[in-house]
Design a protein around this ligand. Sequence first.
Ligand code: AHG
Ligand code: MN
Ligand code: MN
Ligand code: MN
Length: 323
Amino acid sequence: MKRLTNVLVDDKVCPQLQSVLFSIVTACKDISFRVGQGALSGVLGATQDENVQGEQQKKLDVIANQILKDYLAADNNVRSIASEEEDTIVAANETGDYIVGFDPLDGSSNIDINGQIGTIFTIFSAVNQLNADDPAQFQQTGREQVAAGYVLYGSSSVLVLTTGKGTQCFTLDKTFGEFVLTNDAMQVPTETQEFSINMANSRFWFEPIQYYINDLLKGEIGIRKKRYNMRWNAAMVGDVHRVLTRGGIFLYPQDKRDPNKPAKLRLLYEANPMAMLMENAGGKASTGLQPILDVKIDDLHQRVPVIMGSSEEVEQCQFYYNQ
Ligand code: AHG
Ligand code: MN
Ligand code: MN
Ligand code: MN
C-alpha cells in the first residue's frame, strides 16, 4: 500500500510543490467529509448570489471555494489563486513559487440529488516579475501546467493526479484519512463505443458536431459501423473520470445559443487540467481545431470548446472539423 506522500517523494516532486498539493488535498478531504454528510452538514441548497459568470451559486460552491482558499492562502508556497467562484485573481503570498486555479465544485446541479461532484485544480509556476495580484500570472498555456488533478466525491472519493509523467489514481481510505495509490498509470483505451454530450443542445450545434454525432447515432449501419452508447452525468468531473477509466469521448462543443459565450467550460480550471490528465493517460484533448493545451488564455474565466478522450475517437471527430 502506497500513500500519496510516498508517491510524491518517489516521483521526486520538489518539497514546495508537494506542500501545495497537500494543501489542496487537505482541503478536498474536508470537502469530501461535508459532501458525505449531505443534508446533515447543511451544505445542500442554493444561495441568493451569482458568480461573475452569471451562474447561481449553490451553498457548496461557496463553502468549497472558501475551504480551498483558506488552506492555500496559509501555504507560503502559493503566490496567487484563481477560482470559478472569484471575480478576479486572489493574492496569497508574495514570495510563493506556485499559482493555483480551481473549480471548487464541479457539477453544481448534482449537489442536491446525491450525484457525482468534484473539485478540479491546476498548478503553474508563478511568474517572478509579476505581483501576486496580477491576473497576468495566469497567462500561461496548459502545456506549462506543473501539476493538475481532480477529486471526485463519488461512491468513494478518488484523487486523479498528474505531476507531469503519467496519470495516477488514489482512493481516500476513510478509516485513516489518507489517499492511497490504486492505479499507478491510468491508460485510456484508444478506441471506444461510448460518447458523452448534452444532446438537448443538438439544435444549437455547428455542422461538424451535428454530422459527427449523427454518424455515431447511425450505429452499425452508419459509416462508423459500430453501435454507440451515450452517457451524461452533467458533471465534467464524473464524465471525464468514466472516460479516463474505461475509454469514451466527452464533448462540450461550441454552440449558437449565445454569441457572447462561445462554449460552456472554462479553459483555466476545467479544460486545461482535464486535458493534461487525459494526454498523460494516452488520450487526446482538442477544441476541434487545436489541442486544448495550446490555447492562449486572455481571461481567467475564458471558455473553450472541449472534445477529449480515446485518441482514435477524438481524431475521428477532428476529421469533421477539417472537412
Ligand atoms: P460547474 O458546476 O462547475 O459550473 O460546471 C458545470 C459544467 C460541467 O461540470 C458539466 O459538464 C456541464 O456544466 C453540464 O452542463 P449542462 O447543464 O449542459 O448539462
Ligand atoms: Mn458554476
Ligand atoms: Mn465546473
Ligand atoms: Mn464549479
